[in-house]
Design a protein. Structure first.
Length: 81
């Protein structure tokens, strides 16, 4: 699913515009990158998200996060030996 489709679906459910959803997501990303009291693990994870600017855009952050969650789910379903 493309980012625009995701934004439209969230906007439809919340009865707001896709632009508003994007703005709120970008503000949330800015907020997490602005926090100074993060653990080294969280900071390391954030630093590993590929981005061209100072902080990731919604288009950079969401696909990375989705891939990360998919990887965690895959690891969770593997049998432990």
């Amino acid at each position: 699913m493309y980012i625009d489709d995701i934004l439209k679906e969230i906007a439809r459910k919340d009865k707001v515009s896709p632009e508003y959803v994007r703005e709120q997501m970008q503000l949330a990303i800015l907020d997490i990158y602005s926090k100074q009291d993060q653990s080294p693990l969280i900071r390391s994870m954030l630093d590993n998200i590929p981005h061209k600017g100072e902080i990731p855009t919604v288009e950079e952050f969401i696909p990375y996060l989705a891939s990360f969650v998919a990887h965690l789910r895959e690891q969770d379903t593997k049998p432990i030996h």
